[in-house]
Write a protein that binds this ligand. Structure first.
Ligand SMILES: Nc1ncnc2c1ncn2[C@@H]1O[C@H](COP(=O)(O)OP(=O)(O)OP(=O)(O)O)[C@@H](O)[C@H]1O
Ligand SMILES: [Mg+2]
Length: 452
């Protein structure tokens, strides 16, 4: 009989890789002094399993229909997940302290018809029950547990056979066979692996909550993100009560999909029209502000881009950016300086995406560069304009994806002028009726149009 023996490995606290020998520098991520000794359980040793296991054809697997999606009943969450929770899948939900992870997790439980288990070592059963009462998540098939030992949780699962298991959080559960503390790289890795095995073997959907580090990434080995099927982040602006749920990895749906919520006493409520929310406090008498129809995942959302350019009092001028890529901003400033003759070298530059939204879409370049120019010239941009386009190093405007959807969302919110790349406008199948199109191929053309 196989003994449950343990072995010594050296784990890197930076990348989570393990080695049989100690190294001063991690051979995988090249960080120095990150390897420490850990005892790991050796239950599934490398012995060849003599038990015969059949293989199955793809067709047979597809006809079994065991894999099914369950709708959460919260449309925004369902869309971010790619249409609901898939049985046998493991989802990792990360977010800053107090952002609403436990609230969202609890709210997802009400739509399940079979048993669900909420295992929270962070809070007592009474605390969870109180929150559930406030959120009105009351159903007889919701089971609570405040267990923190992974093996005990697995026992509870084998008794209850839940459709969904929630672990709140992966940093608080541990395996007794390891001598490291809960939350350490080895514990998170071990528990993560056990949960993954459970999800695949028992076809249970598992939602694991994870804390994030100061840098905003999920604490623990990066491997955890590779292991799971879906990685979600709950983000928010501390000053606002809205929250953004974003999928950064999804094996069964599109990534970068976002769901927008408002935090209320009754929990996270869906925001039906996010563009309206993001533009609610917009003023049209401020220079340096542009509107950009961003495409987050499958849905267009209008965002306000604000910029402020002022004379610097420092020898090294400040560059401050919120929600937009810093390197991209530097590139746009260089284009402004070199191609458009703006003197940005001695200016402090601030760029902010209103509402805490973050965008990676290069189509925002034109909006950002125009906002910068508007602030520098102190000249207003007419409030009926939206600007879309990727800016190249020569100041040329490059094509963007899914222009039609961006135009429709802009028109729906009452914007009547769309400045967009000529190449993308030429490719439009239907000529937009509700807006005036301004096709351009260089930043100069956009500035001539906007600042005439
Ligand atoms: N009665 C209430 N009314 C409105 N909002 C509330 C109320 N109680 C809590 N909240 C909101 O819920 C948030 C806490 O939610 P939750 O406990 O789900 O966060 P969390 O991400 O799980 O936090 P942690 O990292 O501590 O586990 C608070 O920051 C607050 O915004
Ligand atoms: Mg919590």
């Amino acid at each position: 009989m196989a003994k449950n023996r343990s072995k010594i490995v050296y784990l890197c606290s930076s990348c989570g890789a393990d080695f049989p020998k100690w190294h001063g520098q991690c051979p995988t991520c090249n960080e120095w002094g990150t390897l420490s000794e850990f005892k790991v359980s050796n239950t599934n040793s490398s012995r060849i399993n003599t038990e015969k296991k059949e293989t199955h054809t793809l067709e047979a697997i597809l006809h079994k229909e065991e894999v099914k999606r369950t709708s959460i009943g919260i449309k925004e969450v369902d869309r971010v997940l790619g249409g609901g929770v898939l049985s046998g899948s493991m989802i990792l939900l990360g977010g800053s302290p107090g952002i609403g992870k436990s609230t969202l997790a609890l709210q997802t439980l009400s739509s399940f018809e079979q048993n669900v288990l909420y295992a929270s070592a962070e809070e007592s059963e009474d605390q969870i029950a109180l929150r559930a009462k406030r959120l009105n998540v009351l159903s007889s098939n919701i089971h609570l547990s405040s267990e923190n030992k992974i093996d005990e949780i697995l026992n509870q699962v084998s008794l209850l056979k839940p459709q969904l298991l929630i672990i709140d959080s992966i940093q608080t559960i541990f395996n007794e066979n390891l001598d490291s503390l809960p939350g350490s790289v080895s514990q998170i890795r071990e528990c993560g692996q056990k949960l993954l095995q459970l999800a695949k073997d028992e076809k249970i959907a598992i939602l694991v909550i994870g804390h994030v580090t100061k840098e905003g990434v999920i604490a623990g080995p990066k491997m955890l993100e590779h292991m799971v099927d879906t990685v979600l982040y709950l983000e928010g602006d501390e000053r606002n009560d809205h929250r953004i749920l974003r999928s950064v990895k999804n094996r069964f749906g599109t990534t970068n999909e976002v769901g927008i919520f408002q935090m209320t006493t009754l929990g996270l409520e869906e925001v039906k029209n996010p563009s309206e929310l993001f533009l609610a406090e917009r003023r049209n008498d401020i220079t340096g502000s542009t509107i950009f129809p961003s495409l987050e995942g499958t849905r267009p959302i209008l965002v306000e881009i604000q910029s402020l350019v002022s004379n610097s009092n420092f020898s090294a001028p400040q560059r401050n950016v919120n929600g937009f890529d810093f390197k991209r901003l530097s590139m746009l400033l260089a284009v402004l300086e070199k191609r458009m003759g703006y003197k940005m070298g001695m200016k402090d530059v601030f760029v902010n995406l209103v509402g805490g939204l973050k965008i990676n879409d290069p189509a925002a370049d034109l909006s950002v560069i125009t906002a910068l120019a508007s602030s520098e010239k102190d000249q207003l941009i007419k409030d009926s304009y939206v600007l879309i386009g990727e800016v190249g190093l020569g100041g040329e405007i490059r094509s963007v994806t899914r222009l039609e959807e961006r135009i429709n969302e802009s028109a729906a919110l009452g914007f009547t002028n769309v400045v967009a790349p000529k190449s993308s406008v030429n490719r439009l199948k239907n000529k937009p009726k509700k807006v005036i199109m301004h096709p351009i191929s260089h930043v100069v053309e956009a500035f001539n149009l906007i600042f005439k």
